[in-house]
Unconditional design. Structure first.
Length: 160
């Protein structure tokens, strides 16, 4: 019986085998899967998706966000945000409080436990990002940010 050795193709080989748009499309999925796996092993207390929600919370300096606000920021459904929030509330990292002006809304607030978690991982997160972006200039990061932002906008618009 003869065995055939299969090698994992490199990103450059993949790009040469198909149109670049298809290669990038697949690379984005593969990258997000790897990033989530690394993120899930990075924190002991929370998942990568929970971390992302907490990071998005930091974008709201005036009023505490609602689940709808976070869904918009995170690019996912309100139901998905509620599921992530439930886990963080059970861990007492976040709390929900009724809005003072609109009783139908619940605002999301960080707890002291969140502040401890943020302090615990601050240096480790900075080191991770430094390693993740090693050899990539700030200008290159900005270009990729602009490209992905344009792709995201294209998803939201009807292009016929």
């Amino acid at each position: 019986m003869q065995y055939i050795a299969y090698m994992q193709p490199t990103n450059e080989q993949i790009l040469s085998m198909m149109p670049p748009q298809f290669g990038l499309f697949g690379l984005l999925f593969a990258f997000m899967n790897r990033l989530q796996a690394v993120g899930d092993s990075f924190y002991k207390e929370i998942t990568c998706k929970q971390w992302f929600l907490l990071a998005c919370m930091n974008l709201y300096s005036e009023d505490a966000p609602t689940a709808n606000d976070l869904a918009e920021t995170m690019g996912c459904s309100r139901q998905n945000v509620k599921q992530i929030l439930d886990g963080l509330c059970k861990k007492e990292i976040l709390i929900l409080k009724q809005d003072k002006n609109d009783k139908r809304k619940q605002r999301i607030y960080a707890t002291a436990k969140y502040k401890k978690l943020e302090k615990k991982y601050k240096n480790k997160e900075q080191d991770f990002l430094k390693n993740l972006f090693y050899g990539i200039s700030e200008d290159e990061v900005k270009i990729v940010f602009q490209i992905i932002s344009r792709m995201e906008k294209n998803l939201q618009e009807d292009k016929k």
